[in-house]
Design a protein around this ligand. Structure first.
Ligand code: MN
Length: 205
């Protein structure tokens, strides 16, 4: 994938049918955001997203993030999403792209660790080079994470690995994906979000 663009994101979706945001959000915070969204679609996965150049660069992580540095988690690059997607939680209706329930599993700000190296590398260059290192300040995951591109079959099919770095945020005994399932946004479970979504659109007839 080349530079940040919402073209693919916008093309894949019908915004009269999905509650997902369509806009490019202009408000850029002083500290870049990351979000991890649990997505119960045709197969359950976790979408890992990092704010880079005004969009959310995105990866689908089938098993979700680990806090154990020995675990390498497969991460498939997906289309850039608008910044406002970091707040999205709800149900994408049947028949729409990505149909299923979305839960904000963790969210916070991050720091680009590559900017502190010699020579420093900004996020967009680290992304293009296939080697990102960030420090996450989440509620469930904290500390350094490396994202390393493992394979590039073509421009739209990139396989990466998400790896916890060895630091104070690492803990081989924790498994927050299974022990901390609730949304950091609403406190709801996937089931509760799903049920609320099914009953929340009665005025549509
Ligand atoms: Mn997804």
């Amino acid at each position: 994938m080349s530079g940040p663009s919402l073209k693919t994101y916008l093309e894949k979706r019908n915004f009269s049918a999905t509650p997902e945001p369509s806009d490019r959000d202009a408000s850029v915070s002083d500290r870049p955001v990351f979000v991890i969204q649990e997505h119960d679609a045709s197969t359950l996965h976790y979408d890992f997203r990092l704010e880079i150049d005004g969009v959310l660069a995105s990866w689908a992580v089938p098993k979700g993030p680990s806090v154990d540095p020995r675990e390498k988690r497969l991460a498939i690059r997906t289309e850039d999403h608008p910044l406002s997607y970091a707040d999205f939680e709800g149900v994408i209706p049947e028949g729409q792209y990505g149909a299923g329930t979305v839960l904000v599993w963790d969210r916070g700000s991050y720091r680009n660790l590559m900017a502190e190296k010699d020579p420093p590398r900004e996020m967009s260059r680290a992304l293009a080079a296939g080697h990102i290192e960030v420090w996450l300040e989440g509620q469930k995951v904290r500390g350094g994470y490396a994202l390393v591109r493992a394979e590039m079959k073509n421009a739209d099919d990139e396989t990466w690995l998400l790896i916890k770095m060895s630091d104070e945020g690492a803990d081989a005994r924790r498994n927050p994906v299974s022990t901390q399932p609730r949304s950091v946004l609403s406190g709801a479970t996937l089931d509760e979000i799903c049920k609320a979504g099914e009953h929340g659109d009665d005025d549509d007839g």
